[in-house]
Design a protein. Structure first.
Length: 260
């Protein structure tokens, strides 16, 4: 048996618990009589995660559900196996369901041919969908579901009191989850989701990657302005809203003057 190292009351996280970097953050919401997991990570780390849960003296059968924050392979590869072992529901946003159930290699980043990346992505049944405003009761704890699209259309965040399980929305260094047209990223939605997080009275962000951190509006502002700039730049291709340089050039060309 090992001692539980709660990061907040009712909240355990496997990297913090094990004292080593295991991969994606896996949160365990301890509601007393039952618990829930937020994401499960890669398949090869799953036996260690399950062992850790056992060693913390949780019964595997007390797991009420697994919440998939979104469909990406690094968050979901272990889902099918975890669902079998824990015999619990898997829940996700409706827009994550096709990718999870079909094991979509492109939408989940399991396959990036240009970089020789190919990760097996087992299909997993999603038992129930959850969406904006839903409340999930886990014993004596309650999560409020936020739909926060941007990184991907089905990205979820979950609020519990002054904590926000913030998924891939923003990390401690101000980076965001990958922006990629093939992945369904939307810069416009991303900005809206980040503004919502900024304007909320949440105090701590518990992301899906890297350290937990206090919500600082300065950090969010700086990330939002970066994404605003990207929405008028070519850097993320078809994710941009427009590219003013081309409009300016068009005017130059029409004027017949060379302005260099
Ligand atoms: Zn991620």
């Amino acid at each position: 048996m090992i001692q539980r190292r709660y990061v907040f009351p009712g909240v355990l996280e496997m990297n913090y618990q094990s004292g080593r970097r295991m991969g994606v953050n896996i949160y365990l919401i301890d509601g007393g009589s039952e618990y829930a997991l937020i994401d499960v990570g890669f398949l090869d780390e799953l036996p260690d995660v399950l062992e850790l849960i056992r060693q913390m003296d949780f019964s595997l059968s007390a797991c009420k559900l697994i919440i998939a924050t979104h469909a990406d392979v690094d968050h979901t590869q272990g889902l099918t196996r975890a669902r079998e072992v824990l015999r619990c529901e898997v829940v996700a946003h409706p827009k994550s369901v096709p990718a999870i159930e079909e094991g979509d290699e492109i939408l989940t980043y399991a396959r990036i041919d240009a970089q020789g990346i190919r990760i097996p992505i087992p299909r997993c049944k999603v038992d129930r969908t959850i969406d904006e405003g839903d409340r999930i009761q886990i014993g004596d704890r309650q999560l409020e579901v936020w739909s926060t699209p941007g990184h991907t259309a089905g990205q979820l965040a979950m609020r519990m009191g002054n904590l926000l399980f913030s998924g891939d929305n923003i990390f401690r260094d101000g980076c965001v989850g990958v922006i990629d047209a093939h992945h369904g990223s939307s810069l416009v939605d991303y900005i809206t989701s980040l503004e919502r997080i900024r304007d909320s009275d949440v105090e701590y962000l518990l992301p899906s990657h890297g350290p937990i951190f206090r919500k600082e509006n300065r950090l969010l502002d700086s990330t939002i302005s970066r994404l605003r700039a990207y929405s008028h730049m070519s850097d993320f291709g078809t994710c941009a809203v427009d590219w003013p340089l081309m409009d300016e050039w068009e005017e130059d060309l029409a004027s017949g003057e060379f302005r260099f």
